[in-house]
Design a protein around this ligand. Sequence first.
Ligand code: NAP
Length: 435
Amino acid sequence: MRHIAIIGSGPAGYYTAEAAQKKFGDDVRVDIIDRLPVPFGLIRFGVAPDHQSIKAVSGRYEKVALSDNVRFVGNVTVGKDISIDELQSLYDAVVLATGAPNDRQLDIPGADLPGVFGSAAFVGWYNGHPDFADLTPHLDGKHVVVIGNGNVALDVARILSKTRAEFIGSDIVGHALDALETAHTEDITILGRRGPHQIAMTPKELGELGHLARATPRVDRADFPDEGDDALLEPGMRKSVTHLREFGSIPEAYRADKPVSINFDFFAAPVAIEGDGKVERIIVETTKLDDRLRSVGTGETYTIDCSMVISCIGYQTPAIEGVPYEHGRGRFASVDGRILPGLYCVGWARRGPSGTIGTNRPDGYAIVDLVAEDQPRGVGKAGRPGLDELLDRRGVQVVKFSDWKKIEEAEIARAREGAPREKFVRIEDMIAAQG
Ligand code: NAP
């Protein structure tokens, strides 16, 4: 028998478990360990609440979870309840599928002022992550600035601008829905330090901004290169840029009954955030591109008065003591996912925060190939019974997949009308709900 421990129950974790099942059949036992009592990581806490069709992929993970040779071991924190060394002594292979839940730091003066939030915190708040349930976004001002030109910046801008009715069918948590409904936002400015041809936004997500009930995008046509240059872009990017060009042609008359404006400021790098004890303004330097398409400051600045800044500039994997780590790139150090024989990383923990959810599937399969290459068969490690004995001795209350199903049932039962669920946002409430 071969025993595999996977740390993290998001897409990378479940695809790795699926791959292990396919490769080793009945000859494997997989434990998916998560510090939270609820599974699916990014699907539950990262994917936007109004993108339910993307979240449907958890049905595929559930099939894996319900098979006999895969277990969910929730409410267990690696590094506190059990160490990596202990896991390595219990399992033939340990796979770190911990994602990239920490914000990349915005390194400018004033970034620590109240009212500056990283996207991990803000997205976690509206998605009901227990770590961010008590966040108090500064929604009392008229202007919010969002930094970054990726899909997370789009998610954040869209969530800030939707009406209550537009959230029907979503699983945005009640506390966020109520707070957003009473917000005073009139302008959301998205800062991109480079130009429209350098965005990291995909067409579907960008297109959504053109169909909002009370908000409309605003793009300055002067920021675009010649239209003929769009032909040089790859097709997805070309579609995205076409959306931006369309936004640049929205007639002023159309804006009359749209009280919220989503402004794209391109060639705009944040240089400082200022305010008396809280965010009051952001200083932005205009930029141009150098011959390697990097942004270079022009020395000219302008100021945006705002009450909140949300930095959507990427994520990092938290380091684990004793595990080699690439600080510059915010991920574990590995060669194609092999940290050392017996210890692996997969998904965002391996390659950094890029790609779609589906990108994690081949990643998981490749890691299982490495496991098979390093260890042609199990070497008689204790596996599951060893873990259970150790956690029991330490008094850790493990949440199983069947317990999660009871939590899920309770979340469905308390959903507001039209919503798929109302998430519990506190660990103690999740634990209480499993009965
Ligand atoms: P991302 O795609 O890497 O975008 C990060 C953005 O931040 C880039 O525009 C980058 O600009 C900018 N940036 C980085 N450092 C900066 C700084 N110091 N100052 C100003 N701007 C800075 O990251 P993300 O938006 O967090 O998304 C992470 C991954 O999740 C991506 O693969 C994304 O596609 C995926 N995702 C997908 C969906 C969806 O499919 N619906 C939704 C959300 C997220 P430069 O290009 O100049 O570096």
